[in-house]
Ligand binder design. Structure first.
Ligand SMILES: Cc1ncc(COP(=O)(O)O)c(C=O)c1O
Length: 372
């Protein structure tokens, strides 16, 4: 097995999550809408999962809406806010995920709303004075700002943003896909009307997410059909069961997991500074960013990209041309020189210091080859 350092993209499923899901793939395979024992068993599993998630997040169970992923949760939140709340002005940042920027682009046209992009500082922190100015000079505002940047890991002061927003009666959504499960996050404490999550970011299955809807408004459906779940269609019961189990595991002992993952990140930063002259760490100080994400820009030494060499060594990171193409607006906004190669390393509880050492040894070999 190689070294997997792309956990911000997707994490391996936790063995206990797999065990919790297995009976719902084999024995309890019923359709939750069916009026017989199989259906009732499936329905019960969904409601138990909803209760588990609600208890962990300290929100009422009826605010938890299951979705297929984080993108759907984000779409649902924005569509609901704009459709029901008569929003005519949206405040966001240029750093949001495509699930936000593309959705807002469509909704803006459909509802004749305007979008303002918050000014940010050099590392991407939003300017709260600018936020207050935008809130003061507009009415019926929706704020959508993500809690942590999935490229650099920088964490936004979302509670301050939400507090300011509510002072001016704004509706506040945060794309918390990178933070729910990474932090023990409580939407009420952060004063969020909407928060989105995706299970495969915290050792849950692919194809499961949820939206917390504290707005008091009915969810605006994205598709129509039979299901009593707000999103139409037959529910993915095993994935929902796995999602709840994964969140339970993530919230258990989260502080120690954090400390451990952060120590891997600090170790890698120190080793890279030692090894590579001119290396640049993006996303602010380690304590300002998610413990699990490290964005590094390497001076280009000509020839093949470093991420390709790492791939040859069976070391998986986020890099290469597709990643760069998606991330270019963020790199530009952060002032990362175009000549540098930027790689995201993202860690989980499964990674070890030995893996970090092996990867650094791999980078050292690549540097030597390039210099020869
Ligand atoms: C910040 C952020 N928002 C939204 C998404 C989309 O989530 P999903 O892939 O579950 O649709 C991602 C996925 O990487 C993300 O990092």
């Amino acid at each position: 097995m190689g070294i997997y350092l792309d956990n911000a993209s997707s994490t391996p499923i936790h063995p206990d999550v797999f065990s919790a899901m297995a009976p719902y793939l084999t024995e309890h395979f019923g359709n939750a809408s069916a009026n017989h024992s199989y259906g009732r068993k499936a329905k019960e599993a969904i409601e138990n999962s909803r209760d588990t998630i609600a208890a962990l997040l300290k929100v009422p169970a009826d605010t938890v809406v299951f979705t297929s992923n984080g993108t759907e949760a984000n779409n649902m939140a924005l569509t609901t806010a704009i459709a029901w709340q008569g929003i005519d002005h949206i405040i966001t940042t240029p750093f949001e995920h495509a699930a936000i920027l593309q959705t807002l682009g469509v909704l803006q046209k459909k509802h004749n709303a305007r979008i303002s992009f918050l000014k940010t500082d050099r590392i991407g922190r939003p300017d709260l004075n600018h936020l207050e100015y935008l809130l003061r000079t507009n009415t019926r505002n929706l704020i959508s700002v993500r809690h942590a940047n999935n490229i650099t890991g920088l964490v936004t002061p979302i509670a301050d943003i939400a507090e300011l927003g509510h002072k001016y009666s704004a509706t506040v959504h945060s794309d918390t896909v990178q933070t729910i499960g990474s932090y023990a996050l409580y939407p009420e404490r952060l004063k969020l009307d909407f928060a989105s999550a995706s299970a495969n970011k915290f050792h849950g299955p692919l194809g499961a997410g949820f939206l917390v809807n504290r707005s008091g408004k009915r969810i605006n459906k994205l598709i129509y059909g039979n299901s009593p779940e707000q999103q139409a269609g037959t529910e993915n019961v095993p994935a929902i069961v796995g999602l709840a189990k994964a969140l339970e595991i993530a919230y258990w002992d989260i502080e120690n997991t954090h400390r451990y993952i952060n120590s891997l990140k600090i170790t890698l930063i120190a080793k890279l500074h030692e090894l590579v002259p001119g290396v640049r760490i993006n996303g602010g100080k380690p304590e300002e960013s998610l413990p699990g994400i490290l964005s590094v820009s390497f001076p280009h030494w000509g020839g093949r990209p470093l991420s390709d060499y790492l791939d040859d060594l069976d070391i998986t990171v986020s890099g290469g041309s597709d990643y760069t193409a998606q991330s270019i607006p963020v790199f530009k906004a952060l002032g990362i020189p175009t000549g540098m190669e930027t790689i995201r390393f993202s860690f989980s509880y499964k990674n070890t210091v030995t893996e970090i050492d092996e990867m650094v040894a791999g980078i050292a070999t690549v540097l030597k080859q390039a210099a020869a």
